[in-house]
Ligand binder design. Structure first.
Ligand code: GLC
Length: 428
């Protein structure tokens, strides 16, 4: 069974590999996506270190001069996807791309690959990637945290990578969609519309793209005037972890100045996360920087604190209580949104379904703070989901049914790197 799934996972990565870069799945997502590539590299690392390095290298080829690494690289035009390059209106960049970023998992992936491949050639590749990653992290700490609060904002739900999260409902409500005009969605022709965002949400997504395009994607204009600017726990925790991983690499490479800069960012974020702490819910939630209000729901990102190296009992004890409460309600952990919240929908995109990559990060963090049995539950559930429904984009937390796209790259990658029982015993 496992061997068969190992082969299937590898074959999905090979099929979705378009030559040095990998698409998430055919049809629905025909381009290179940012955090998808980072996870995908972990899967490749299990059978081709060369290909693992390459995946991150091709991702970084899209880096903008200001350091931003776009969430989509449009390497070849593909009419099956909307909104394509012309809608984004990003000009004069290394290649056609979207105009905002996505969670920076890449530095963490690079550290992982380097641990597996410390050859002299790998060290040279690491040096080049290190400079680019540092520049990208610096962009996050300035463009998306212009006040130096120690929390990272997103200017678009798509930037968060958790596109249709209920947490974005309130902050997107006041977005003016009157000039969006008519357009033809493509996602609902690939996937059942009940699993995808509704039209009103899509209008707001496009209005935000329009805002970015009209302001030339300028970080200052975005931070000052974008109608949507929300501090996100996933973005903040993922960057905090990635900063720590980059710091370890800085020390390895003797990059002292960079190490000092990274230490400053880490210290600032460690104290900044208190802004995301919701005293009423006893959990980390989003914080709307425009309205000054906190989100009213717990999402899978609320469980990423340990992944970010946070082990303070004041945060961790309530988090574990929420974990157990949710675990007792669902068959498969971790739903993307709290099943006790009224906005929860088990089959709709980021409003309830389980994502393997979130499970991977949550479990990694839990393991690192010694929560082995909860980490094991995450892994067992992920294994059961994939065994039942294959390498789907996401899964129903009650039935385990697969949803969204199929033959999905990052689900295959985390199978190879983390879930498969054929992985060497004892490895993280
Ligand atoms: C969806 C997800 C996003 C992901 C992309 C490609 O847009 O919300 O996180 O990167 O699909 O898999």
């Amino acid at each position: 069974m496992s061997l068969h799934l190992d082969e299937a996972a590898r074959s999905i990565l090979e099929t979705n590999d378009l030559g040095g870069y990998t698409i998430p799945t055919k049809g629905l997502y025909p381009y290179q996506w940012n955090w998808d590539s980072a996870f995908v590299s972990l899967g490749f690392a299990r059978f081709s270190l060369e290909r693992a390095w390459q995946e991150i290298e091709t991702l970084m080829e899209g880096q903008w001069p200001d350091g931003m690494v776009p969430h989509i690289l449009f390497r070849k035009d593909d009419p099956s996807y909307f909104p394509g390059p012309s809608v984004w209106g990003t000009h004069g960049k290394p290649m056609p791309s979207s105009g905002h970023s996505q969670p920076p998992v890449a530095a963490t992936a690079v550290r992982h690959i380097y641990e597996l491949d410390k050859s002299p050639a790998a060290r040279e590749r690491l040096k080049v990637l290190f400079r680019k990653l540092l520049k990208w992290h610096r962009w996050f700490h300035t463009a998306r945290d212009p006040q130096g609060l120690g929390v990272i904002a997103v200017m678009h739900p798509w930037e968060s990578g958790r596109d249709n999260l209920p947490d974005w409902d309130e902050p997107t409500k006041q977005i003016d969609t009157s000039s969006v005009g008519t357009y033809q969605r493509k996602d609902t022709s690939h996937v059942d519309p009940t699993m995808r965002p509704k039209k009103a949400d899509y209008d707001r997504y496009l209005a935000l793209v329009q805002f970015g395009r009209e302001h030339n994607w300028d970080p200052y204009a975005i931070a000052t005037n974008c109608p949507f600017f929300v501090a996100d726990p996933a973005m903040t925790f993922i960057l905090l972890r990635a900063d720590r991983d980059l710091l370890a690499l800085a020390k390895e490479l003797g990059e002292d100045e960079a190490a000092t800069e990274l230490e400053e960012w880490i210290a600032r974020t460690e104290s900044g996360i208190s802004i995301l702490w919701n005293e009423d819910l006893q959990a980390f939630t989003v914080f709307d920087l425009r309205s000054g209000t906190k989100g009213d729901g717990i999402s899978s990102a609320s469980f990423l604190a340990p992944y970010a190296g946070i082990s303070n009992p004041q945060y961790i004890e309530p988090m574990l209580a929420h974990f157990d409460r949710i675990a007792s309600q669902v068959t498969y952990m971790m739903p993307s949104y709290d099943p006790d919240h009224e906005a929860f929908e088990p089959m709709r995109y980021w409003r309830g379904p389980v994502w393997g990559i979130l499970n991977y990060m949550i479990a990694k963090g839990l393991g690192e703070i010694g929560e082995d049995s909860r980490a094991a539950r995450m892994r067992d559930d992920t294994a059961a989901l994939i065994a039942k429904s294959g390498f789907a984009e996401y899964f129903n937390p009650f039935t385990g049914d697969g949803a969204g796209g199929s033959s999905f790259s990052w689900t295959s990658a985390i199978w190879l790197d983390w879930v498969t029982p054929t992985r060497t015993a004892g490895e993280a």
